[in-house]
Design a protein around this ligand. Structure first.
Ligand code: UDX
Ligand code: ADP
Length: 466
């Protein structure tokens, strides 16, 4: 009989935390230890205020924590104790050296692999959860096989497809689980874990490289749809067509389908841009320049969309926003998350601050400290240095408040940058009464009731409508 599965997950972030909590919830007899270098993150996972906001996650963690789910910074001990080790550390885009701005920085993955090699004995299954360039498993295997303790390893690729904001539902009812590997026995062991709550026909197994590439390709395809509809939105604004009507018309074609056709101020999040740039870098490495250019255009279009939105605000407001108060509704990269990585809001705020606008920012879930540090980062140079001038600009021109109405008070304009539900339900009269005239709304998510707000007296500008 197989020995009981004992899991260690290195990395307690947006991927490792929720995924392991779900495994622990669904498999009460499987020990799950989540470890991270970052002690304050671990402390938060052990507290009532989890480090990430995700609907339904509190309940999942509460059910399993202390039973078969633990969070700690004792990485070595957790590796030694486990027979299945997930690597769920971050793989940001490189900010230095070869492949800067494109390739994934694999430093954290390599450090994990070395640490696993150093402190393991016996046989372990190592599972890549982080999104990685194709053939990273090769490097991981080589490092692991250099273990001086005689330990042996099977390496699996098991990319995570959850989307933030819907992580719990995505983990409970995934479209599929993908497991890539060379050892059928190791694949079966991992499939056994997911098989506790996911139907067998949704657990796909492939070779290692297909699994690694499928994750990059899936994100590239999703991002491509957003950039495609955003490209059409620019044409709609020029021609008088309405992008939501066009999206509906094309999305009802069953071959195209309705999902991921919501035009917006631009996609954000930790994955799309990073993974496409990673794909582009990979293609270039293999001499596939046309393929690289094809995918790079998805990111170029996204940058254009963010810039275009900022420029539209400035040009509509009589070509100047200098010293004008603009309420920013939403800072997270999408609703139902406190994550701001690559959020379009950062870019739009940066552009508006360069024009010397005064911003009053409200987001229901993002802390003021995070908003300020993101803006400082946006104004920093390649070495991470923030000039005194920009520091001063952020200090004097940015206010963060806890209420959408307060943000809009005496504002010349509102820019809706995240599609939080509460922005759909605001009291239009109350907002309008507090604002200066003309009262502009720039809806970067096409969520407000345009006709109601127009009737109220607002001048409403949406994406993809002239
Ligand atoms: C994405 C993938 O969906 C997920 O499978 C993968 O595991 C991680 O990357 P995530 O980035 O969390 O998930 O969120 P997602 O819902 O994909 O949204 C990404 C961005 O695209 C957001 O900024 C969102 O607002 C934007 N978007 C999405 C649109 O602008 N329009 C759409 O129609 C859909
Ligand atoms: P993701 O969205 O991919 O989950 P996050 O940045 O949210 O990315 O989480 C990754 C986590 O991995 C961070 O909390 C970071 O501290 C942790 N981490 C990175 N390198 C290591 C390492 N070598 N050992 C343990 N934890 C690590």
């Amino acid at each position: 009989m197989d020995s009981p599965i004992k899991i260690c997950c290195i990395g307690a972030g947006y991927v490792g935390g929720p995924t392991m909590a779900m495994i622990a919830k669904q498999c009460p007899d499987v020990e799950v230890h989540v470890v991270d270098l970052n002690q304050s993150r671990i402390d938060q996972w052990n507290s009532d205020e989890l480090p990430i906001y995700e609907p339904g996650l509190d309940e999942v963690v509460r059910e399993a924590r202390g039973r078969n789910l633990t969070f700690s910074s004792r990485i070595e001990a957790a590796i030694q104790h486990a027979n299945m080790i997930f690597i769920a550390v971050n793989t940001p885009t490189k900010s230095f050296g070869i492949g800067v701005g494109r390739a994934a920085n694999l430093e954290f993955i390599e450090k994990c692999a070395r640490q696993i090699a150093e402190c393991s004995t016996g046989h372990k299954i190592v599972v890549e959860k982080s999104t990685l360039p194709v053939r990273t498993a090769e490097a991981v295997k080589r490092i692991l096989n250099s273990s001086a303790n005689g330990a042996t390893f099977d390496v699996l690729s098991n990319p995570e497809f959850l989307a933030e904001g819907t992580a719990v539902q995505d983990l409970l009812y995934p479209d599929r689980v993908l497991i890539g590997g060379e050892s059928q026995e190791a694949i079966n062991r991992l499939a056994q874990v997911y098989g506790r709550w996911i139907p067998k026909d949704r657990i796909l197994t492939t070779n290692l490289w297909s699994s690694e590439l499928s994750k990059l390709a899936a994100n590239a395809f999703l991002a491509q749809r957003v950039s495609s509809i955003n490209a059409i939105s620019a044409l709609c604004e020029a021609t008088g067509a309405d992008v939501d009507e066009v999206a509906k018309a094309i999305g009802t074609d069953s071959r195209i389908g309705p999902k991921f056709l919501k035009s917006s101020v631009g996609f954000g999040g930790s994955c799309f841009q990073k993974d496409i740039l990673n794909l582009v870098y990979l293609c270039e490495n293999f001499g596939l320049h046309e393929v690289a250019q094809y995918w790079e255009q998805v990111v170029i279009m996204n940058d254009y969309q963010k810039r275009r939105f900022s420029e539209r605000i400035v040009s509509t407001m009589f070509n100047t926003v200098s010293d004008k108060k603009i309420a920013i509704w939403g800072f997270a990269f999408k609703k139902d998350t406190n994550d701001t990585r690559e959020s379009a809001a950062i870019h739009v705020c940066h552009n508006l601050l360069e024009e010397r606008a005064r911003l009053v920012i409200y987001d229901p879930r993002v802390h003021e400290s995070k908003i300020r540090s993101d803006l400082k980062m946006a104004f920093s140079d390649v070495n991470g240095v923030l000039s005194d001038k920009h520091k001063q600009l952020i200090e004097t021109n940015v206010t963060v408040v806890q209420d959408a109405y307060v943000a809009a008070k005496e504002a010349h304009a509102i820019a809706v940058l995240t599609e939080w539900d509460e922005f759909k339900q605001v009291d239009a009269k109350r907002v309008f009464d507090g604002m200066r005239r003309p009262a502009f709304i720039f809806d970067g998510r096409n969520i407000v009731d345009r006709s109601k707000l127009t009737q109220q007296g607002f001048e409403v500008h949406c994406i993809g409508r002239s």
